[in-house]
Design a protein around this ligand. Sequence first.
Ligand SMILES: Nc1nc2c(ncn2[C@@H]2O[C@H](COP(=O)(O)OP(=O)(O)OP(=O)(O)O)[C@@H](O)[C@H]2O)c(=O)[nH]1
Ligand SMILES: [Mg+2]
Length: 292
Amino acid sequence: MDPILLQYKKLARSISLVENETPGFELILEQLPTTKCPVIGITGAPGAGKSSLVNSLIHTLLQQQKKIGIIAVDPTSPFNYGSLLGDRLRMSDHFTNNQVYIRSVATRGSLGGLCEKIVEISDVMRSSDFDYIVVETVGVGQSEVEIAGLADVTIVVLTPDAGDEIQNMKSGIMEIANILVVNKADKPSAEAYVKNLERIIHEKDAPGWQVPVVKTIAIENKGAAELVTQINLFLHEAYAKDKQLQLLQEKAWRLIQRHRMKSTDRKALNEHLKTAATQPHFNLYTFIKPYI
Ligand SMILES: Nc1nc2c(ncn2[C@@H]2O[C@H](COP(=O)(O)OP(=O)(O)OP(=O)(O)O)[C@@H](O)[C@H]2O)c(=O)[nH]1
Ligand SMILES: [Mg+2]
């Protein structure tokens, strides 16, 4: 068997073991080497063109002889099944190329929209010899923030037809985006949208990294080369090192939080509460004591 395919087979197995917590999975995690492979997080509203952009990025990176790992976070909702199939089709050009490894993971209903095990899965992926790992997540609610705690560089994809999105930009998304992409730049309203966006960004005029706005037409592979340039620029900035430490801190916090909560079964807690709350001298704070 082709050594690269064999390597991917091993990688797929390790990810599955970790994802399903099959006995021995801890050892896999504990033996992971320290790696510097950067994780590129791509988020944005449903239909913004994230998968198309990933496709276009892969295309560009392959021309630069890079090896790429992709994590596509599939929403578990049946309503998204159509787009999921669409993703497969759009990314399918690269399935047969052994410089690219694509792994889909289910969201499993995790609140923020990111798979529970995404930290571990991306770390297992990073232990393989990829040049970049790309994670695509649908931006709903908390997931933009979650991806920011995972990715070395976070890209937020916007489209010119999403008019009031610019308002949202002033809140949450602005803080997490290291690079803004205006995809569907073939739309007539794109120029005005980009200008408006740049004006808002410059209003902030913070020291350090100036968030660039990159125009792309993902379906025509336009703008991806500039995006790669901006990604590399960001990754090589001096303070990218600070960000690495912040990510480790964030990941450690999330992992510990999850492990600590593991022993608390929400259902059992609810049942317990159902009876306890009917007691005449019920007190919430003494009730939770045995749990903490
Ligand atoms: N006109 C135009 N259409 C685009 C462009 N990029 C993507 N699209 C179209 O937009 C639609 C959504 O693209 P996707 O790449 O699936 O978007 P997505 O953000 O991954 O969608 P979800 O994963 O469902 O959230 C598809 O019909 C694409 O063909 C672009 O640059 N220009
Ligand atoms: Mg998609």
